[in-house]
Design a protein around this ligand. Sequence first.
Ligand SMILES: *[C@@H]1O[C@H](CO)[C@@H](O)[C@H](O)[C@H]1NC(C)=O
Ligand SMILES: *[C@@H]1O[C@H](CO)[C@@H](O)[C@H](O)[C@H]1NC(C)=O
Ligand SMILES: *[C@@H]1O[C@H](CO)[C@@H](O)[C@H](O)[C@H]1NC(C)=O
Ligand SMILES: *[C@@H]1O[C@H](CO)[C@@H](O)[C@H](O)[C@H]1NC(C)=O
Length: 332
Amino acid sequence: MAPPRSRLLAALLVLYACTVPPPATAAAANVPITTCRSFCGNITVDYPFAQHPGCGHAGLRDLLFCINGALMLHLPSGSYRVLDVDYAYRGLTLHDPAMSDCRALDRTPGGRGNGFVLEPWREPYLAPDPDNVFLLLGCRATSPLFQGFPDRHLPCRNVSGMGCGDYLACPAWDDYYDAGGRRAPGGDDAAGAPPECCALPWAAIRAVNVSRLECEGYSSAYSLAPVRAAGGAAGWAYGIRASWTLPESNRGFCGACRATGGACGHDMESHADLCLCGDWNSTSNCDSSADAAPSAGAAAHSPDAIAAVRWAILASGLTSLWWQYASRSNLW
Ligand SMILES: *[C@@H]1O[C@H](CO)[C@@H](O)[C@H](O)[C@H]1NC(C)=O
Ligand SMILES: *[C@@H]1O[C@H](CO)[C@@H](O)[C@H](O)[C@H]1NC(C)=O
Ligand SMILES: *[C@@H]1O[C@H](CO)[C@@H](O)[C@H](O)[C@H]1NC(C)=O
Ligand SMILES: *[C@@H]1O[C@H](CO)[C@@H](O)[C@H](O)[C@H]1NC(C)=O
């Protein structure tokens, strides 16, 4: 009867042969869906977003963080609570606790609220929606907003039916004027004072930096439906609606990667698209071992190197098995 150790070894070898695909062919990966997908509270974080480094699209890297069950979006201008991620419409709904709404103004002479400022490299991938209105409050006459416009507030306008006319009718302003607010609504008088409120779409400024624009605060609203709710600005949804855009080429890349069992990600140094195939990465998909990306670590991780290691383990196992049989059978 064979000693237990060699029977165990034989069993392990059989198991190994059964579970490991033949090393000569590049097998499609079957990367668990949880490799890059995660949850924060009741929000799913999935491609093109991710909380794991190397997952998701590079244009949206280092963006979402789960803090005490709240999903937060971090930008140079500050942190925003993510209320919803709509993967079908590629939309994000954000909330900035430091912004004014219809019930309360939040403003200080030095500027209050984060506004919305993106890193220049992220601009092609993320932007507030064209239907989102930014309402800049209490901006000084010297504000860059009013420079270059002989008519002073030429840039201010309604966005998707939302504008300062309705916003200035909010209850928040009653409290403000009761408390000795600076100017009367529409205080665009002979003194040439700038308007108390200036509404703009994102495309008009491309960076809402409240202090640089010399404003005291801001609000932001978006329309949920094409037809406006009655009740003016009290019926608006306050927050920031942003959407993401990926390069056209990404769709095909990511589709092929997933179809071969991989997870879409990116190279953490070059930021190029990368298909994560489990123990190796591909610049195309998990069926093309010829496109293996240079390994991130020092150790060899290409499919060929892995195959070589597997063969070496198999060979050493067989050798030791043979050696045990040989010594027990007194072949020497
Ligand atoms: C998450 O839960 C909150 C209440 O806890 C709810 O208001 C919100 O709509 C939920 N969001 C999603 C995306 O299900
Ligand atoms: C594959 O890419 C991911 C993301 O860039 C990285 O974390 C991982 O270490 C890479 N794996 C290998 C084997 O190089
Ligand atoms: C906003 O503007 C101020 C003043 O110009 C500047 O110091 C600050 O860095 C800007 N913030 C961002 C996030 O760009
Ligand atoms: C903006 O909307 C308000 C209220 O609907 C309207 O009275 C005003 O004329 C509009 N302003 C412009 C410039 O369209």
